[in-house]
Design a binder for this molecule. Structure first.
Ligand SMILES: Cc1cc2nc3c(=O)[nH]c(=O)nc-3n(C[C@H](O)[C@H](O)[C@H](O)COP(=O)(O)OP(=O)(O)OC[C@H]3O[C@@H](n4cnc5c(N)ncnc54)[C@H](O)[C@@H]3O)c2cc1C
Length: 384
């Protein structure tokens, strides 16, 4: 067992840090911090991510992707601004889902631009009545010869308002138990009529989260990906990978809180000495660092299980729940160490707090993650 990064991983982390500092953060800083970025800014960001070679991080190299190990991907994700990391996880996951099961024509038509970062992808699965219970999908896909028609509403879709390509989960019928049989269909926004409205959020405010309405939206039947009933399987695979990646986003936020707090207690004085010299302040700092390191290790463990192909349903859920909960606590402690400055916008801790709170919802709420782990421990699914 070795807890050190390899030299290659060290170089990779430094390069990702540099990408963030020199190319990505300046784009974010040029735009209002409380509003979704315009599409041109997103394309600039994707251009930079494409140059770095991580727009299709999980797609094997022989298919044009980066073919990164999940641990290496997690290392990069920790270094990216959270709003960009969440968008990238959606884009890259959508590419992987498109690749798995799409016809050669669809792959050829869409993958090169998506991989180069010239186009942006998203996945629309959740609905107003199908959140944690993704078996409750109602959006219908009706196939009529060469055309197919989508009718329904999708909710909380990352990247939707800036995407070019959407992978939409739809019900194509009901099985013997009256549960929807779900399929995936590609929607090309330049060819389809879709109504998209942005939903303002507590955090990650420069990102994009939308409601999408399909009203007998026409798509070619040839855009159907895979076989009927396989959408759930691919969503589960994606969630297992995404959860520790979101955990690594939380680790990045907690690390930032630690850096800010360490700097502050080294300069702020009360009762005649630096805050950092008071015993209780050192205890808070120790708690923040413990949160950062334990969460990072937990995420590495889950990402390592995925790399080794061992079952990761429980460990992935555990990693995201543990890391996001710890990061929220770490940011809260850092705010506490700043007194009034902790809640002043100029320090930036409030943004970290709002951003990490948002991360507790996508790809499994805290409750659902606990139930997934519980199912692994007991063999009993306690969802219903
Ligand atoms: C930032 C962000 C990005 C997202 N991106 C996407 C995306 O790109 N594509 C997409 O399809 N979706 C996306 N989502 C949607 C996300 O997957 C859902 O919000 C999530 O699955 C929860 O569904 P819900 O919000 O409807 O909550 P609900 O399912 O209504 O849950 C509400 C509460 O009830 C609890 N609960 C639910 N069922 C149970 C149960 N059986 N037992 C105990 N407690 C339960 C939950 O834990 C939660 O606390 C995103 C959401 C966010 C916030």
């Amino acid at each position: 067992m070795n807890f050190e990064l390899t030299d290659d991983q060290d170089m990779f982390v430094s390069a990702a840090k540099k990408l963030s500092q020199s190319r990505l953060t300046p784009i974010l800083q040029r735009h209002p911090s409380d509003r979704p970025l315009p599409k041109e800014a997103m394309l600039e960001i994707y251009g930079a991510l494409g140059d770095f070679g991580i727009t299709a991080a999980r797609l094997p190299a022989e298919h044009g992707g980066a073919g990164l190990s999940m641990i290496d991907y997690g290392l990069v994700i920790e270094q990216l601004p959270p709003v960009i990391a969440l968008s990238l996880i959606s884009h890259d996951g959508s590419i992987t889902r498109l690749h798995a099961g799409a016809s050669a024509e669809l792959r050829e038509a869409y993958l090169p631009d998506l991989i180069a970062g010239r186009k942006i992808a998203c996945t629309a699965n959740s609905e107003p009545e199908a959140g944690s219970d993704s078996n409750a999908i109602r959006t219908r896909l009706e196939v009529e010869g060469p055309d197919a028609y989508i009718t329904g509403r999708k909710l909380w879709i990352t990247n939707a308002s800036v995407c070019d390509v959407m992978i939409v989960s739809c019900a194509v019928g009901l099985d013997a138990g009256d549960r929807p049989i779900t399929s995936r269909v590609l929607v090309d926004r330049s060819q389809a009529d879709v109504d998209i409205s942005e939903i303002p959020l507590t955090g990650l405010k420069q990102g994009h989260l939308s409601e999408v309405v399909f009203d007998r939206t026409r798509v070619p039947s040839a855009n159907i990906i895979g076989s009927p009933g396989d959408a759930g399987k691919y969503m589960t695979l994606a969630w297992n990978g995404n959860r520790p990646l979101l955990g690594m986003m939380a680790v990045g936020i907690a690390q930032r809180a630690l850096d800010i707090a360490r700097e502050y207690v080294g300069v702020r004085q009360q009762f005649g000495k630096h805050l950092g010299n008071h015993q209780l302040v050192q205890q808070d700092l120790a708690d923040i660092e413990t949160a950062v390191i334990s969460s990072r290790l937990m995420c590495f463990f889950a990402l390592g299980c995925l790399d080794q192909g061992t079952r990761a349903n429980g460990t992935s859920a555990m990693a995201k729940r543990f890391a996001t909960k710890n990061a929220l606590r770490a940011v809260d402690l850092a705010m506490q160490l700043h007194g009034a400055m902790g809640i002043a916008e100029e320090v930036g801790l409030d943004q970290l707090w709002r951003d990490v709170r948002v991360l507790q919802v996508p790809d499994g709420t805290m409750g659902i993650l606990a139930l997934i782990q519980g199912r692994e421990l007991t063999g009993a699914a306690a969802f219903r």
